[in-house]
Design a protein around this ligand. Structure first.
Ligand code: ATP
Ligand code: MG
Length: 246
């Protein structure tokens, strides 16, 4: 399980504005192992979303290398990049981003349609994923009829649809009440522990971040690695013990 799924070296991102440049990421380095659950915290405007967008192939680095499964996405043309985005990345957003006119199952299926899975296969997989997030009975409900927490669970099912190498979650609990926050973070921790999902989650909430195996801080354009490494109460140890129980 030590294989690196993500290796970022000297990543710099500059936005050119008319009066001055904004440089949220400066020579940033980051490594993520397969099966790791990483939380990223940092002040507003420190570049957390910019970083996730670059890893998720939505935005391009200005310089540096970003290896996902050993492919340098910084050097790929858009014609190749969308395939990496589609096949290797699952996104979870603060505001869920479900399509309002599709029901829960169709929202999950859409992700697979884009990657060319057959219809029967798509439906079965979507139902399995909705069952996994505890929403079997809601498959025909449109987002409007689901609670915020349920909508986020559909979004998690959608993020998993194509078996991504990395799940990127940008403040996934930011719009949720206390109970739904707990539910969603438990679900993510479970996916990580039981299915080995690799998750990078941005959050402003220390309590939510504590569910991850390591907590990193982004400031001054760099990851400041101040993680509370694997003490007795850490998620990493809970992960070990839950593995023993399984
Ligand atoms: N497309 C863009 N064009 C110009 N500047 C941008 C763009 N996207 C982000 N920025 C700037 O880059 C900096 C980092 O923004 P980013 O959204 O990554 O921060 P963040 O850490 O996610 O903040 P928050 O916690 O508020 O979500 C900010 O100064 C922002 O204004
Ligand atoms: Mg952000």
């Amino acid at each position: 399980m030590n294989e690196l799924v993500l290796k970022i070296e000297n990543l710099t991102k500059t936005y050119k504005l008319s009066k001055r440049d904004v440089q949220p990421l400066i020579d940033l380095n980051l490594e993520v192992k397969r099966g790791e659950f990483t939380a990223i915290m940092g002040p507003s405007g420190s570049g957390k979303t910019t970083l996730l967008n670059i890893i998720g192939c939505i935005d391009k680095p200005t310089s540096g290398t970003v290896l996902i499964d050993n492919i340098d996405i910084a050097r790929l043309p858009e014609s190749q990049l969308y395939k990496i985005r589609r096949d290797k990345i699952g996104f979870i957003f603060q505001n869920f981003n479900l399509l309002p006119y599709l029901n829960a199952r169709e929202n999950v299926e859409l992700a697979m349609e884009l990657s060319g899975k057959f219809k029967g296969q798509r439906k079965q997989r979507a139902l399995e994923l909705l069952a996994m997030v505890g929403l079997s009975e809601r498959e025909q409900h449109r987002p409007q009829r689901l609670s915020q927490g349920e909508q986020q669970r559909v979004a998690i099912a959608r993020a998993l649809a194509n078996d991504p190498a990395i799940i990127l979650a940008d403040e996934p609990t930011g719009n949720l009440d206390k109970n739904s926050k707990e539910e969603i973070v438990k679900l993510l921790a479970n996916l990580n522990q039981k299915q080995g999902a690799t998750i990078i989650m941005v959050t402003h909430d220390e309590h939510i971040a504590a569910s991850a195996e390591r907590v990193l801080f982004l400031s001054d354009g760099k990851i400041q690695d101040k993680q509370a490494q694997k003490g007795d109460s850490s998620a990493a140890n809970r992960k070990q013990s839950s593995k023993v129980r399984m």
